[in-house]
Design a protein around this ligand. Sequence first.
Ligand code: CAA
Length: 380
Amino acid sequence: MDFLLTEEQEMIRKMVRDFAENEVAPTAAERDEKGTFDINIFKKMGELGLTGIPWPEEYGGIGADYLSYVIAVEELSRVCASTGVTLSAHLSLASWPIYTYGTEEQKQKYLKPLAQGEMLGAYGLTEPGSGSDAAAMKTTAKKDGDSYILNGSKIFITNGGVADVYVVFALTDPEKKHKGTSAFIIEKDFPGFSIGKYEDKLGIRSSTTTEIIMDNCRVPAENLLGEKGEGFKIAMRTLDGGRNGIAAQAVGIAQGALDAATEYAKERKQFGKPIGAQQGISFKLADMATAVEAARLLTYQAAWRESEGLSYGKESAMSKLFAGDTAMEVTTQAVQVFGGYGYTKEYPVERFMRDAKITQIYEGTNEIQRLVIGKMLLQD
Ligand code: CAA
């Protein structure tokens, strides 16, 4: 057993950290305040190869492993969780199913530009009446000659409105419920496809979250992803990996908050000494650091298992559950360490706390993660 990162993983961490600190962090507070998405950051991630970390070079990737990918999401989220989730949704939710289930033509047409950062990806599963109960979706896809006609709407779509390509799930055989679900690759310019409501959110405000609408949206039959009727399995398997991307985001947020709180505890003096010299604060920091490290180990382990071709669904649900709860707890404690200053926008910890909350909710609430873990434990 070896806990040391490889030279390549260390190199990727250093590259992403430099990029995050120099090109993402300086505008993070302003983007959060204004709720603006910056496509140039995504383009630069493309130039650095981050948008295709785990894919082979023939598909525009850099041929690294899933651990390198989660390290990248962690490092971005350490300064800006919005940028972290933009990459995570692009890579885990949109690119992964195309890499895993796509035909050679689909990989050349979509995966390659996605990997090179020339296209941005998104994933559409959730509907107004179908959140945790993903199988209750209502969007339909009817065959019409060489096309499918999709009708319905999806909500809470990360990268909505800025993505070029959407992996969307719809019922091709409604009477078969989840066994009648299929996956489709939809381009933003397909007729009948449009963007609906933009969400105004508590956190991750500089990533977009929108509704997408399919109103007699015509999708070429060759854009069916995987087999007809295989969509629910594709959606679930995609989330298996996506959840670990969110765990990485949560670890990054928590680390960013811990770093800020530790620095502040060294500088801020009360009662004639730095507040970190008081056990009330140093014990708090010790608990925060321990939780962050445990969350990181779970996250890295799940990524390592995926790279090794081992099962990782249960481990990803565990990492997302633990890291999400850790991010919420650690960021809340970081605000506490800063006291009144932590409650203001002068310091980044209030943003970290707002950003942390979503990691307990999206890609399956933490209650759903417990359900997934419980089911897998009992079927082992
Ligand atoms: N891999 C492969 N197949 C799977 C699977 C997995 N991880 N999980 C379930 N399946 C299969 C089952 O084997 C079963 O197949 P058969 O019918 O052939 O036997 C089928 O799927 C149905 O399984 P269940 O009976 O367990 O399904 P369920 O209806 O009880 O639901 C659930 C299971 C885990 C609750 C699921 O609905 C779920 O994950 N809900 C949460 C949805 C979610 O995470 N949404 C987030 C959307 S993305 C997002 O957040 C936005 C963003 O952009 C970041």
